[in-house]
Design a protein around this ligand. Structure first.
Ligand code: FAD
Length: 247
């Protein structure tokens, strides 16, 4: 998978602070310079003032101001299974690569075994991988070799069948019914900073599946550059306190 930043609100934390100060100020935040808006907030300089205010908001559950900054990510090559999970979040906006208008007719089915078009879960190849809902304990090399063989044979055959159905004139939106749920998809998704923390609450947690956890950790890495004070605070004080942002 690959996750990149497409667009984001510039000065997101200044925006959070302006929105929050609006709530407690007699002055109009739209009509004054930012340093006047922040004048009574504790801190030796503007960076410290922002830290004080943002930390206070997050600690006291005053999450509304974090709904103003928006960020848009482009995500490449997650499974349709992962897509089904992330698209459950109703305050995130999505664009999903179509299987009606994009046909995978030029993929070499043999390359599917090597990771093209279909995501390979670690449990298909890694004997040491322990999945949360795994029914058996340790597995031997022979078992994992058989897993790899069954997995690869199945996805290769599925892609061959899909391409044969396309050759037989079936429309891509119907031929896709034979493709595996691990088929890769590209997604563009937008959300606000509060929602990103909520997604992380749910999807960076230990009980989430490895793929959406990896995706969420990549989102958080980008967010740490975008809103450094907010996501440093989130990482240090709030992460793994599940469902805190939308109780
Ligand atoms: C580990 C894990 C396992 C899961 N397993 C399953 C499963 O087996 N089957 C399944 O169907 N789903 C499953 N889910 C999905 C889960 O039930 C939620 O649908 C998903 O995580 C979206 O999160 P959310 O409910 O917080 O809603 P979001 O859409 O992210 O909304 C954010 C918040 O807004 C509020 N909200 C939004 N819409 C409403 C509404 N209509 N009414 C009231 N409040 C609302 C809630 O406070 C909500 O928390 C799983 C999720 C996780 C993390």
């Amino acid at each position: 998978m690959e996750v990149t930043l497409l667009e984001a609100t510039s000065d997101p934390e200044e925006l959070v602070c302006k929105a929050a100060r609006n709530d407690y100020s007699g002055e109009f935040v739209g009509g004054q310079p930012f340093d006047a808006t922040m004048e009574t907030v504790e801190g030796a300089d503007m960076e410290e003032k922002k830290e004080t205010l943002i930390g206070h908001l997050l600690e006291h559950g005053h999450f509304g101001p974090f709904e103003h900054p928006q960020i848009t990510f482009a995500v490449k090559g997650v499974s349709r299974s992962c897509m089904a999970q992330i698209t459950r979040h109703r305050h995130v906006s999505f664009d999903v690569q179509s299987m009606r208008y994009v046909a995978f007719d030029d993929i070499d089915p043999a390359k599917v075994r090597e990771g093209e078009l279909v995501v390979t879960p670690p449990s298909a190849t890694d004997p040491d991988w322990v999945g949360r809902n795994q029914k058996t304990g340790d597995i031997d090399e022979e078992t994992v070799e058989r897993r790899t063989e069954v997995f690869n044979d199945t996805i290769e055959h599925a892609v061959e069948s899909y391409q044969e159905l396309l050759d037989l004139g079936m429309p891509p939106e119907d031929a896709r019914f034979v493709l595996p749920i691990g088929t890769k998809v590209n997604i563009v998704m937008s959300m606000n900073a509060r929602m990103l923390m909520h997604v992380a609450d749910m999807r960076a947690a230990a009980d989430a599946q490895w793929e959406i956890r990896n995706l969420t950790e990549d989102l958080l890495d980008i967010a740490a550059d975008w809103c450094p004070i907010t996501f440093a605070h989130y990482e240090e004080h709030m992460k793994n306190r599940k469902n805190r942002l939308a109780p």
